[in-house]
Write a protein that binds this ligand. Sequence first.
Ligand code: ZN
Length: 117
Amino acid sequence: MSIYNCPHCGERSFNPITKAFAGQLNSPGKVCMKCGRKAVNGKGATIFNAIYSLIAFASIVVIYLYAPKLLGTQYEWVAHYELVIGICILISKFVVPRLVNAFFFKMAPAIRVDPVK
Ligand SMILES: [Zn+2]
C-alpha cells in the first residue's frame, strides 16, 4: 500500500500535492475523492513536524545568541546574515514539513470532527 492511499477506502486518491496540504493529526484534513471521508498525515508526520519546529526554533535562538560572538572569526558571515538566516529558517519551518508530508509517512483518518457536516 502506498502512502497516497486513503486510510478509509484504500484507494490511491491522494497525490504529493493534496497530501502536502492535508495537514497533521490536529488539522481538519483533506477529503478523499473516492469515499468522501477525511484523511490527514499520520503520527510520523505529526512527530516530524513537532521535532522540526523545535529544531528550527532552537537554531534561531542559537544564532541570535552566538552571532555577535562570531565577528572576527571565519564564521563572521553568520553575524552579517543573521536576519537572512533567521528568515530562511522561519520559511523552512512552513515548507519543509509540507515537503516531507508530500513524500513520506502514511496517511491516517482525520480525528477532528467537522461540526458543519
Ligand atoms: Zn477514501
